[in-house]
Design a protein around this ligand. Sequence first.
Ligand SMILES: *[C@@H]1O[C@H](CO)[C@@H](O)[C@H](O)[C@H]1NC(C)=O
Ligand SMILES: *[C@@H]1O[C@H](CO)[C@@H](O)[C@H](O)[C@H]1NC(C)=O
Length: 358
Amino acid sequence: SWVYSVSFKHLYQIEIPSVTSVFSVQYPYLPVVDCIYFNGIRLHVESHQHLVSATRGSSVTLPCHYRYEPEPTEPRRTRVKWSWLPANTITSNEAFPLETEVMVAMGNRHRSYGSFRGRVRLRRSAPGDMSLVINELQLNDTGRYRCEVIDGLEDESVTVELEMRGVVFPYNSPKGRYHLNFFGARQVCLDQDATLATLEQLLTAWEDGLDWCNAGWLADGTVQYPITVPRHGCGGRSLAPGLRSYGQKHRLLHRYDAFCFSAAIKGDVYYLSYPGMLNFTEAAQVCATDGGQVAKVGQLYAAWQLKGLDRCDAGWLADGSVRYPIRKPRANCGPKQPGVRSFGFPAPHRKFGVYCYK
Ligand SMILES: *[C@@H]1O[C@H](CO)[C@@H](O)[C@H](O)[C@H]1NC(C)=O
Ligand SMILES: *[C@@H]1O[C@H](CO)[C@@H](O)[C@H](O)[C@H]1NC(C)=O
């Protein structure tokens, strides 16, 4: 008999004697269902959620269930494999990008891999429940997860996208505008307790009103910037609002700013000041004496966006920049839109307050 398999990636015919018929469809929309017939038994794999949003440090469940129709009379040797395509993967021309393994399970035995070791388990709340539970979510856990159910030679899968709630912010080097190649950009984001933003994260930030006329690296190796008010010098007035893209740039040779992404923080960011104010060295001492450390830029943005931090006092941050977070714009506190205001990187002997993180 003939096997017909249709998906967005390929269409092919192969002959498998023992199989009666196969029909495999990957729907573009919910619910994601995949099924296969063999020996009169049909294997269904499905996920009732295609996109899952979570916060850093929390636990998340990526749904995946399988069932047979009709119920097999004998137990089957079903294997389940969860694999992952990180959101931070540089896009390439390969049709089948490399996924890495997260967990494989067979019967009651399972094994997890890499940075997921010890942090993942299968939920198994019911027969066929192969939902993946990830604990202590990290910023770089975002991406596309694939739940693959393997029965003998046949395997069917569904994918679930994991995204992190957080905030995107532009960052330039203390040396000024357009000093960072891709690797430098990745490093400055890490230094600010953040990661390079993905295209989806920048799009969401743009939808929320981010308008920034300097181009920055994204995690996929492209260089773009978000414009909500089209204007001269930022792609021109005739272009519709949106992301302006320079496409893929040379990761070593080309230099731009960075768009970083910071998610929920566990601790608190707060402002401290002293009579007569603090230079950069004193700021570090004051935070340390208070049991904390000088806040990083990503932490200040996260506190501003996710915890509503609003303070009209400029303070030192760990990278030597001076900023302050405004939720409710008011007189003498910068522009009419909410935002984190920046004084750039003042000389370290200058006197300000400080934002600490504890
Ligand atoms: C993800 O982030 C964690 C903690 O920030 C780090 O230990 C780990 O190496 C990172 N994993 C990858 C694949 O970059
Ligand atoms: C900050 O002030 C202290 C004195 O309180 C001084 O010793 C230190 O050198 C100053 N640091 C900078 C960067 O100016």
